[in-house]
Design a protein around this ligand. Structure first.
Ligand SMILES: [Zn+2]
Length: 130
């Protein structure tokens, strides 16, 4: 049986890896999209001219504003999709809907008695009654 500190360090390490993967995927995707957004913004501004806004004597170019807004929006969408896909990992529970449930000993979520891994906290569990 795992000690509490073993379980904790395993889960903390797993969470750190997931967080790093999400951040890296989000960053790389945002950079790739930024490349495309820059082209779109350039094409748009080439069509309408290159208007500049002057605020307190400082010139603000519209293409920088469009780049920043689109880049942030797309990065946000990508991060949201990644997080959503991760939270859906255990979503296909309809196949196990008729199975009796018991509580996971680690997170106390209801999981099928025959499960060997918790679909909520991903801890290894022994099947109940075996
Ligand atoms: Zn669990």
């Amino acid at each position: 049986m795992n000690t509490i500190s073993e379980v904790l360090s395993k889960n903390v390490a797993r969470a750190a890896v997931v967080l790093m993967a999400v951040v890296m995927a989000g960053y790389l995707a945002a950079r790739a999209v930024e490349f495309l957004v820059t082209f779109a913004a350039e094409a748009f501004l080439a069509a309408i001219g290159r208007p500049e806004i002057v605020i307190h004597g400082r010139e603000i170019y519209l293409d920088y504003v469009i780049d920043a807004v689109l880049g942030l929006a797309i990065a946000g969408i990508i991060v949201m999709l990644v997080l959503r896909s991760r939270s859906n990992l255990g979503a296909d529970r309809s196949a196990h809907a008729d199975q009796p449930l018991h509580a996971c000993p680690y997170c106390l979520s209801k999981i099928p008695v025959a499960a060997t891994r918790c679909s909520f906290c991903t801890a290894d569990v022994s099947p109940a009654g075996v």
